[in-house]
Design a binder for this molecule. Structure first.
Ligand code: NAD
Length: 466
């Protein structure tokens, strides 16, 4: 899908000029001033407060996102993250004073927090506002200038950010550049001081390769298949709701959505019978008519997902309507590990179940595949919980719930291996966009100089015997 961005796409030849403008603003030093950063964060908060309705409308246009999901994930979440930064920024910016060894007892040993400079932030379309503006807030808090490249796929949100950001934020320091693959390819040729990318693993590799040309550090927030393990020790009614909710928000187009379930045949039967009832409760008799269920973002994404429906056997759902890009919440059983649906991230409302007989078998299944962004464990058996914690490498995990680890602002959010590198949210965003600059401060105290003088030539064994 080509972008229709209200004719606002600046030509690619203007990129060096835009980046130079941001670089000049950075070099002027004004983003180093903490009061300036606080003012910009407050303006970003005001942008949210004064444009909530426009944001809800843009999210509805792009994804038919319900008001409640928009408010929860795209608006309140971001506002809380900004408020958390505002509350703690003065504390975060203080130079760190790490412990000192005996040699430096008379010196100052410090770690100063330096912004990187001009950072490029590239957003994804599934949570188009949140995934762009939470990193923007982190970059502002840490004192950087920003070039934001929203996803062209969520066009209404991209247009809204391009319209609002210059109205609220400093126009020299913060810029929005719109466009699709050709424009992004050009943009990535430029030198940035940091790149923060959210999106697919394949494009993540392109971004990292482009960053390598300038030795630019990167954070890559990527995707992957996030598994669920569930056994029969849990409160099945609550557990099933928590899994299905995580899968159904944004019609499964959530990077940390439960991708597939690993469980025994008995547990699978319980899940299937309860799921039918839960979906009826949530979405009524005709799920398609529910205002609370999103649509698939483009025809291309819709067709890819429909192709998965003949994998295994449909136990729940399986309805589609191409004219609306609607796919009902669906559970597939008798799915084989070799089926296409098990080879790539699903990113839609289809939940396959693969049968395993033990937690050990589940661990083997997971660790033999790419490291997931998230992993969900539903069991009340503490030793099984511990076994998973100790043996599964993943970006984050949540025991007895899904997705909610994302909302804890004191937890870092990010992937590992194929699901990404680096993390953000709260202080972790600030740290991501901060270079920790070591600094040793000496003085001219004669006693200190006498002790330290053993480093000077002429060298002798006596001087190096400690
Ligand atoms: P995407 O990789 O297609 O697009 C993301 C960005 O990359 C967009 O700005 C787009 O313009 C740009 N882009 C796309 N193709 C490009 C190319 N060839 N060269 C240069 N730039 C290019 O990702 P998406 O489809 O928007 O998002 C879906 C994926 O993102 C899923 O895998 C999902 O799990 C992942 N995701 C991860 C997180 C996270 O926080 N870890 C969050 C949301 C989505």
């Amino acid at each position: 899908m080509g972008p229709q961005l209200n004719g606002k796409i600046p030509s690619t030849s203007s990129y060096p000029e835009i980046i130079q403008k941001a670089r000049d603003a950075f070099q002027s030093g004004r983003t180093r001033d903490v009061t300036f950063r606080e003012q910009q964060l407050k303006k970003l908060l005001r942008l949210y407060e004064e444009n909530t309705d426009a944001m809800i409308a843009a999210l509805a246009a792009d994804l038919r996102k319900s008001k409640q999901e928009s408010v929860l994930f795209e608006i309140e979440f971001v506002k809380n993250d900004i408020k958390h930064s505002l509350l703690n920024l003065r504390e975060w910016v203080k130079p760190e004073k790490p412990p000192k060894g005996i040699v430096n007892l008379m010196d100052e040993v410090l770690i100063h927090h330096d912004p990187f400079g001009v950072v490029l932030i590239m957003g994804a379309w599934n949570y188009p506002l949140q995934l762009a503006l939470v990193p923007v807030a982190g970059a502002i808090a840490a004192g950087n200038c920003v070039i934001l490249k929203p996803s062209e796929v969520s066009e209404a949100c991209a247009n809204l950010m391009a319209e609002l950001i210059p109205k609220y934020l400093d126009q020299d320091c913060y810029h929005v550049v719109q466009g699709g693959i050709p424009e992004t390819t050009e943009l990535l040729k430029e030198r940035f001081d940091y790149i923060f990318y959210t999106g697919s693993t394949n494009v993540g590799k392109i971004v990292r390769a482009a960053a390598n040309e300038h030795l630019t550090p990167v954070t890559l927030e990527l995707g992957g298949k996030s598994p669920v393990y569930i056994d029969d020790t849990v409160n099945m009614d609550i557990a099933v709701r928590r899994i299905l909710w995580g899968k159904c928000i944004n019609a499964g187009q959530t990077c940390i959505a439960p991708d597939y379930i690993l469980c025994s045949k008995d547990v699978e039967q319980e899940i299937v019978s309860r799921a039918k009832q839960v979906f009826r409760e949530w979405y009524g008799d005709n799920w398609k008519n529910s205002p609370d269920f999103c649509r698939i973002v483009t025809d291309r994404h819709f067709r890819r997902l429909v192709g998965f429906l003949n994998n295994g056997k449909i136990a729940v759902g399986g309805d589609t309507d191409e004219s609306e890009r609607y796919i009902s919440p669906t559970i597939l059983v008798d799915v084989k590990p070799s089926d296409p649906i098990m080879q790539e991230e699903i990113f839609g409302p289809i939940l396959p179940v693969v049968n395993v007989e033990s937690p050990e078998e589940a661990i083997k299944f997971i660790v033999n595949r790419a490291s997931p962004l998230a992993f969900y464990i539903f069991t009340c058996n503490k030793s099984v919980q511990k076994m998973f914690v100790n043996n599964v490498r993943c970006g984050s995990m949540c025991i007895n719930d899904s997705v909610m680890q994302f909302a804890v602002d004191t937890l870092p959010f990010g992937g590992v291996g194929n699901s990404g590198m680096g993390a953000y949210h709260g202080v972790y965003s600030y740290n991501t966009f901060t270079h920790k600059k070591s600094c040793l401060v000496k003085n001219y105290n004669p006693l200190g100089e006498k002790i330290a003088s053993s480093r000077y030539p002429p060298y002798s064994d006596k001087k190096t015997t400690f």
